[in-house]
Write a protein that binds this ligand. Structure first.
Ligand code: MN
Length: 240
C-alpha cells in the first residue's frame, strides 16, 4: 500500500510550470499509488465550481483519469480553495474531506489538516477564516456574478497580502499548543499538514510527529507513506 500527499501547489494561470509539474506527477508517481491526498491550496484561488478557469481543465481531467485507473483521491480545503464543492468532487472523482480527519495510513493512524486552523496566534486571520467558512457568506458570494466574485476575490487577496507583510514569521506559523491539543483530541501520534510552506518532519521527545508538506515553486514536494513509514520528498521543477 502506497499513499501520497501533496498540498500548497497554488496553481494559477501565471504559473503554467506548476500545472505541468502536477500533470507529470499525476501521470508518474501518483499512478503508482493507491491513495492520493490533496491537503489544500491546490489552487491559488477558487471562486466556485461553476467558474473553473480554462487553465485548470487539464488538472480536472488528469485527476479524473487517475481516479478511473483506480487511485482513491481525497481533497481537503485550504484557505485559498475553500469553495471547492460537490461539482468539483464529481468531475474529478475526489472525496471531499472535513477540515480535520483521522485516517489509517499503512504505517499507522494520522490526523490530516490543511494547517491554517492551527495558526491561532494570528487572531486577525482566525476571525477572517470564520467569515470565509460561514455558509451564509459562501452562499452570498456564490450568488454573485463571476465578474463580481473575481473582484471580491482580488480585494480579499490584496488585503491579506498587505496584512501578512506586517506579520512576523512566528505569528504565521502553527501554535504549538494548538498542535498538541488537536493531536490529543484525535488521539494520534502523527499529524500531517501543509499551509505554512515550511516543509519538515518534526519529532518531539514523546514520539509525537508533525510532518509539514511543502509548497510547490522551484521545487515540488510530496509525502510518501508505505508500511515502512513516511518520507517527505522534494524534486526540482524545471520549466521546460
Ligand atoms: Mn494555505
Amino acid at each position: 500500500m502506497r499513499c501520497l500527499f501533496i498540498s500548497d501547489l497554488h496553481l494559477q494561470a501565471s504559473r503554467p510550470d506548476l500545472t505541468r509539474a502536477l500533470l507529470t506527477f499525476l501521470n508518474n508517481e501518483a499512478s503508482q499509488c493507491q491513495q492520493l491526498y490533496i491537503l489544500g491550496d491546490l489552487f491559488e484561488a477558487w471562486i466556485g465550481d461553476d467558474a473553473i478557469p480554462p487553465d485548470m481543465q487539464p488538472v480536472i481531467t488528469a485527476l479524473r483519469n487517475l481516479h478511473d485507473q483506480g487511485t482513491q483521491l481525497f481533497f481537503q480545503h485550504g484557505n485559498r480553495d475553500f469553495l471547492v464543492q460537490q461539482t468539483f468532487a464529481e468531475l474529478t472523482g475526489c472525496t471531499l474531506l472535513p477540515e480535520a480527519i483521522t485516517v489509517n495510513l499503512p504505517a499507522g493512524r494520522a490526523l490530516l489538516m490543511h494547517g491554517d486552523q492551527l495558526c491561532t496566534d494570528d487572531y486577525e486571520y482566525m476571525e477572517f477564516r470564520k467569515l470565509l467558512r460561514n455558509p451564509q457568506w459562501q452562499n452570498d458570494f456564490l450568488s454573485k456574478s463571476i465578474a463580481e466574485r473575481l473582484e471580491v476575490a482580488r480585494q480579499l487577496r490584496a488585503a491579506s497580502q498587505s496584512k501578512n507583510a506586517e506579520k512576523s514569521m512566528t505569528i504565521m506559523d502553527v501554535n504549538p499548543q494548538a498542535v498538541t491539543q488537536a493531536m490529543t483530541d484525535a488521539d494520534v501520534s502523527l499529524l500531517i499538514h501543509g499551509h505554512t510552506h515550511r516543509p519538515a518532519v518534526h519529532e518531539d521527545t514523546q514520539d509525537l510527529r508533525r510532518i509539514v508538506l511543502g509548497d510547490w515553486d522551484t521545487q515540488g514536494w510530496y509525502l510518501e507513506c508505505t508500511e515502512a513509514g513516511e518520507s517527505l520528498i522534494s524534486f526540482p521543477i524545471t520549466d521546460t
